[in-house]
Design a protein around this ligand. Structure first.
Ligand code: NAD
Length: 259
Protein backbone atom coordinates (compact mmCIF):
# COMPACT_ATOMS: atom_id res chain seq x y z
CA UNK A 1 0.00 0.00 0.00
CA UNK A 2 1.40 3.42 -0.95
CA UNK A 3 0.41 5.57 2.01
CA UNK A 4 2.30 8.66 0.81
CA UNK A 5 1.58 8.48 -2.93
CA UNK A 6 1.39 11.97 -4.44
CA UNK A 7 2.82 13.62 -1.32
CA UNK A 8 5.97 15.76 -1.17
CA UNK A 9 8.02 16.14 1.98
CA UNK A 10 11.07 18.00 3.26
CA UNK A 11 13.34 16.01 5.57
CA UNK A 12 15.87 17.62 7.91
CA UNK A 13 18.60 15.62 9.62
CA UNK A 14 20.16 13.00 7.36
CA UNK A 15 23.86 12.79 8.27
CA UNK A 16 24.52 9.20 7.19
CA UNK A 17 22.77 5.87 6.67
CA UNK A 18 22.32 5.39 10.42
CA UNK A 19 20.39 8.63 10.88
CA UNK A 20 16.79 8.30 12.03
CA UNK A 21 15.89 10.82 9.29
CA UNK A 22 17.30 8.41 6.72
CA UNK A 23 15.19 5.50 7.98
CA UNK A 24 12.14 7.76 7.85
CA UNK A 25 13.08 8.87 4.32
CA UNK A 26 13.56 5.31 3.04
CA UNK A 27 10.16 4.26 4.36
CA UNK A 28 8.48 7.43 3.05
CA UNK A 29 9.96 6.90 -0.42
CA UNK A 30 8.92 3.23 -0.34
CA UNK A 31 5.38 4.49 0.30
CA UNK A 32 5.46 6.70 -2.78
CA UNK A 33 6.57 10.05 -1.31
CA UNK A 34 8.77 12.52 -3.16
CA UNK A 35 11.34 13.76 -0.62
CA UNK A 36 13.68 16.72 -0.57
CA UNK A 37 16.54 16.80 1.92
CA UNK A 38 18.20 19.56 3.90
CA UNK A 39 21.54 18.93 5.60
CA UNK A 40 24.06 20.80 7.74
CA UNK A 41 26.43 22.67 5.36
CA UNK A 42 30.02 21.46 5.01
CA UNK A 43 32.04 19.47 2.49
CA UNK A 44 32.28 16.29 4.58
CA UNK A 45 28.58 16.32 5.39
CA UNK A 46 27.63 16.96 1.77
CA UNK A 47 29.74 13.98 0.65
CA UNK A 48 28.20 11.75 3.33
CA UNK A 49 24.66 12.78 2.41
CA UNK A 50 25.40 12.27 -1.30
CA UNK A 51 26.76 8.77 -0.61
CA UNK A 52 23.74 7.92 1.53
CA UNK A 53 21.27 9.06 -1.14
CA UNK A 54 23.23 7.20 -3.85
CA UNK A 55 23.11 3.98 -1.82
CA UNK A 56 19.32 3.98 -2.22
CA UNK A 57 19.29 5.08 -5.86
CA UNK A 58 18.23 8.61 -4.90
CA UNK A 59 21.18 10.55 -6.34
CA UNK A 60 18.91 12.83 -8.40
CA UNK A 61 16.97 13.92 -5.32
CA UNK A 62 16.55 17.59 -4.39
CA UNK A 63 18.93 18.67 -1.59
CA UNK A 64 19.71 22.02 -0.01
CA UNK A 65 22.27 22.89 2.70
CA UNK A 66 20.94 24.75 5.74
CA UNK A 67 22.30 25.43 9.20
CA UNK A 68 18.98 25.71 11.02
CA UNK A 69 20.47 28.08 13.62
CA UNK A 70 20.51 30.76 10.89
CA UNK A 71 17.24 32.55 9.98
CA UNK A 72 18.79 33.65 6.67
CA UNK A 73 19.64 30.06 5.74
CA UNK A 74 16.13 28.90 6.72
CA UNK A 75 14.63 31.64 4.54
CA UNK A 76 16.83 30.58 1.61
CA UNK A 77 15.93 26.92 2.09
CA UNK A 78 12.17 27.47 2.13
CA UNK A 79 12.35 29.91 -0.81
CA UNK A 80 14.20 27.24 -2.81
CA UNK A 81 11.78 24.52 -1.66
CA UNK A 82 8.82 26.63 -2.80
CA UNK A 83 10.45 27.23 -6.18
CA UNK A 84 11.65 23.66 -6.81
CA UNK A 85 9.26 21.42 -4.85
CA UNK A 86 6.10 23.55 -4.79
CA UNK A 87 3.84 22.67 -1.90
CA UNK A 88 4.91 20.53 1.05
CA UNK A 89 2.64 17.82 2.47
CA UNK A 90 5.01 16.95 5.28
CA UNK A 91 8.14 18.10 7.09
CA UNK A 92 10.36 15.90 9.26
CA UNK A 93 12.53 17.68 11.87
CA UNK A 94 15.15 15.15 12.95
CA UNK A 95 17.78 17.50 14.34
CA UNK A 96 19.44 17.98 17.70
CA UNK A 97 22.68 19.36 19.02
CA UNK A 98 24.35 19.93 22.38
CA UNK A 99 28.01 20.22 23.36
CA UNK A 100 28.99 16.63 24.17
CA UNK A 101 31.15 17.78 27.09
CA UNK A 102 27.88 18.36 28.98
CA UNK A 103 26.25 15.10 27.88
CA UNK A 104 28.31 13.13 30.40
CA UNK A 105 26.99 11.73 33.70
CA UNK A 106 27.31 14.29 36.49
CA UNK A 107 27.76 17.39 34.30
CA UNK A 108 24.22 18.83 34.16
CA UNK A 109 24.58 21.40 36.95
CA UNK A 110 27.77 22.63 35.29
CA UNK A 111 26.03 23.44 31.97
CA UNK A 112 27.11 26.97 30.95
CA UNK A 113 24.52 29.45 29.68
CA UNK A 114 25.78 29.42 26.08
CA UNK A 115 25.73 25.60 25.91
CA UNK A 116 22.20 25.55 27.34
CA UNK A 117 20.90 28.20 24.93
CA UNK A 118 22.50 26.56 21.89
CA UNK A 119 20.99 23.17 22.76
CA UNK A 120 17.53 24.72 23.19
CA UNK A 121 17.91 26.79 20.02
CA UNK A 122 18.99 24.01 17.64
CA UNK A 123 17.04 21.16 19.22
CA UNK A 124 13.74 22.90 20.03
CA UNK A 125 13.33 26.44 18.68
CA UNK A 126 14.23 25.41 15.13
CA UNK A 127 11.05 23.31 14.99
CA UNK A 128 9.07 26.53 15.48
CA UNK A 129 11.23 28.38 12.97
CA UNK A 130 10.78 25.63 10.37
CA UNK A 131 7.04 25.17 11.02
CA UNK A 132 6.39 28.91 10.57
CA UNK A 133 7.98 28.80 7.12
CA UNK A 134 6.62 25.37 6.16
CA UNK A 135 2.97 26.12 6.91
CA UNK A 136 2.92 28.73 4.14
CA UNK A 137 3.68 25.92 1.67
CA UNK A 138 1.34 23.36 3.26
CA UNK A 139 -2.16 22.50 2.17
CA UNK A 140 -4.73 21.36 4.75
CA UNK A 141 -3.86 17.81 5.78
CA UNK A 142 -0.15 18.67 6.10
CA UNK A 143 1.88 16.89 8.76
CA UNK A 144 4.92 18.07 10.72
CA UNK A 145 6.91 15.53 12.72
CA UNK A 146 9.70 16.06 15.27
CA UNK A 147 11.96 13.49 16.94
CA UNK A 148 12.14 13.25 20.70
CA UNK A 149 13.32 10.90 23.47
CA UNK A 150 12.03 9.67 26.86
CA UNK A 151 14.74 11.78 28.55
CA UNK A 152 12.25 14.65 28.06
CA UNK A 153 9.92 13.01 30.59
CA UNK A 154 12.37 11.48 33.08
CA UNK A 155 16.01 12.22 33.91
CA UNK A 156 18.18 9.83 31.85
CA UNK A 157 21.85 9.33 32.75
CA UNK A 158 24.03 11.69 30.68
CA UNK A 159 21.13 13.09 28.62
CA UNK A 160 21.21 16.30 30.69
CA UNK A 161 20.61 19.52 28.76
CA UNK A 162 19.30 17.52 25.81
CA UNK A 163 16.51 16.23 28.05
CA UNK A 164 15.57 19.82 28.85
CA UNK A 165 15.63 20.65 25.13
CA UNK A 166 13.41 17.65 24.33
CA UNK A 167 10.89 18.71 27.01
CA UNK A 168 10.77 22.11 25.30
CA UNK A 169 10.46 20.44 21.89
CA UNK A 170 7.50 18.34 23.02
CA UNK A 171 5.84 21.46 24.39
CA UNK A 172 6.52 23.30 21.10
CA UNK A 173 4.76 20.42 19.32
CA UNK A 174 1.64 20.93 21.44
CA UNK A 175 1.57 24.72 20.95
CA UNK A 176 2.20 24.43 17.21
CA UNK A 177 -0.51 21.77 16.93
CA UNK A 178 -2.97 24.06 18.74
CA UNK A 179 -2.21 26.96 16.39
CA UNK A 180 -1.74 25.24 13.03
CA UNK A 181 -4.68 22.91 13.59
CA UNK A 182 -6.93 25.78 12.53
CA UNK A 183 -5.50 25.32 9.03
CA UNK A 184 -5.79 21.53 9.16
CA UNK A 185 -2.05 21.04 9.74
CA UNK A 186 -1.04 18.39 12.26
CA UNK A 187 2.10 18.49 14.44
CA UNK A 188 3.36 15.45 16.35
CA UNK A 189 6.52 14.04 17.85
CA UNK A 190 7.84 10.54 17.77
CA UNK A 191 9.70 9.43 20.90
CA UNK A 192 12.22 6.85 19.73
CA UNK A 193 14.02 4.35 21.93
CA UNK A 194 17.83 4.61 21.86
CA UNK A 195 19.45 3.84 18.46
CA UNK A 196 23.18 3.84 17.70
CA UNK A 197 23.51 7.00 15.61
CA UNK A 198 26.19 9.72 15.50
CA UNK A 199 24.21 11.92 17.91
CA UNK A 200 23.44 9.09 20.32
CA UNK A 201 27.15 8.25 20.61
CA UNK A 202 27.74 11.71 22.09
CA UNK A 203 25.61 10.83 25.13
CA UNK A 204 27.85 9.55 27.93
CA UNK A 205 25.35 7.06 29.37
CA UNK A 206 24.20 5.56 26.03
CA UNK A 207 25.54 2.01 26.53
CA UNK A 208 23.92 1.78 29.94
CA UNK A 209 20.64 3.07 28.52
CA UNK A 210 20.72 0.50 25.68
CA UNK A 211 21.44 -2.33 28.16
CA UNK A 212 18.60 -1.25 30.45
CA UNK A 213 16.07 -1.10 27.62
CA UNK A 214 17.12 -4.53 26.34
CA UNK A 215 16.68 -5.98 29.81
CA UNK A 216 13.55 -4.17 31.03
CA UNK A 217 11.41 -3.08 28.05
CA UNK A 218 8.17 -5.03 27.58
CA UNK A 219 9.52 -6.36 24.26
CA UNK A 220 12.89 -7.25 25.96
CA UNK A 221 14.91 -5.64 23.17
CA UNK A 222 15.97 -2.34 21.69
CA UNK A 223 14.14 -1.03 18.65
CA UNK A 224 15.51 -1.14 15.11
CA UNK A 225 15.79 2.33 13.56
CA UNK A 226 13.64 1.06 10.69
CA UNK A 227 10.76 0.70 13.16
CA UNK A 228 10.92 4.46 13.74
CA UNK A 229 10.75 4.94 9.97
CA UNK A 230 7.66 2.75 9.69
CA UNK A 231 5.79 4.54 12.49
CA UNK A 232 6.77 7.88 10.98
CA UNK A 233 4.98 6.90 7.75
CA UNK A 234 1.79 6.48 9.80
CA UNK A 235 2.18 9.93 11.38
CA UNK A 236 2.99 11.57 8.03
CA UNK A 237 0.14 9.88 6.19
CA UNK A 238 -3.62 10.32 6.23
CA UNK A 239 -3.89 7.16 8.37
CA UNK A 240 -3.23 9.46 11.35
CA UNK A 241 -5.54 12.26 10.14
CA UNK A 242 -7.13 12.61 13.60
CA UNK A 243 -3.85 12.70 15.53
CA UNK A 244 -2.12 15.95 16.52
CA UNK A 245 -0.23 17.39 19.50
CA UNK A 246 0.82 13.82 20.30
CA UNK A 247 4.06 12.21 21.50
CA UNK A 248 4.06 8.74 19.99
CA UNK A 249 6.51 6.31 21.64
CA UNK A 250 8.38 3.81 19.48
CA UNK A 251 10.55 2.34 22.22
CA UNK A 252 9.64 -1.33 22.67
CA UNK A 253 7.25 -0.12 25.41
CA UNK A 254 9.99 1.11 27.75
CA UNK A 255 8.09 4.31 28.70
CA UNK A 256 5.13 2.27 29.94
CA UNK A 257 6.82 0.43 32.80
CA UNK A 258 8.39 1.25 36.17
CA UNK A 259 12.06 0.16 36.27
P1 NAD B 1 22.11 12.01 13.64
O1 NAD B 1 23.40 12.51 14.18
O2 NAD B 1 22.15 11.06 12.52
O3 NAD B 1 21.15 13.21 13.26
C1 NAD B 1 21.21 14.49 13.87
C2 NAD B 1 21.15 15.50 12.75
O4 NAD B 1 21.07 16.84 13.25
C3 NAD B 1 22.39 15.43 11.85
O5 NAD B 1 21.98 15.24 10.51
C4 NAD B 1 23.01 16.80 12.03
O6 NAD B 1 23.68 17.27 10.88
C5 NAD B 1 21.76 17.64 12.32
N1 NAD B 1 22.08 18.96 12.85
C6 NAD B 1 22.68 19.25 14.04
N2 NAD B 1 22.83 20.60 14.13
C7 NAD B 1 22.30 21.14 13.00
C8 NAD B 1 22.17 22.46 12.51
N3 NAD B 1 22.61 23.53 13.21
N4 NAD B 1 21.58 22.66 11.30
C9 NAD B 1 21.14 21.61 10.57
N5 NAD B 1 21.25 20.32 10.98
C10 NAD B 1 21.83 20.09 12.19
O7 NAD B 1 21.38 11.35 14.92
P2 NAD B 1 19.89 10.83 15.10
O8 NAD B 1 19.94 9.97 16.30
O9 NAD B 1 19.36 10.32 13.85
O10 NAD B 1 19.13 12.15 15.55
C11 NAD B 1 17.96 12.61 14.88
C12 NAD B 1 16.91 13.07 15.89
O11 NAD B 1 16.43 11.93 16.59
C13 NAD B 1 17.43 14.03 16.93
O12 NAD B 1 16.41 14.99 17.22
C14 NAD B 1 17.66 13.13 18.12
O13 NAD B 1 17.65 13.82 19.34
C15 NAD B 1 16.45 12.23 17.98
N6 NAD B 1 16.48 10.98 18.74
C16 NAD B 1 17.53 10.14 18.64
C17 NAD B 1 17.53 8.96 19.36
C18 NAD B 1 18.69 8.00 19.30
O14 NAD B 1 18.84 7.17 20.21
N7 NAD B 1 19.51 8.04 18.27
C19 NAD B 1 16.44 8.63 20.20
C20 NAD B 1 15.36 9.52 20.25
C21 NAD B 1 15.39 10.70 19.52
Amino acid sequence: MNLLEGKTGLIFGVANDRSIAWHIAKNAVAHGARCGFSYLPGEKMEARVRRTLESAGLSDTWTFPCDVSSDEQLDALFAAAEKDLGSLDFVVHSIAFADRAYLQPGTFAATPRDVFLQALDISAYTLVAAARRAEKLMPAGGSILAMTYYGAEKAATGYNVMGVAKSALESCVRYLAAELGERGIRVNSLSAGPCRTLSAMAVGGIDRILDKVEHDAPLRRNIATDEVGKSAVYLLSDLSSGVTGETHHVDAGYHSIVT
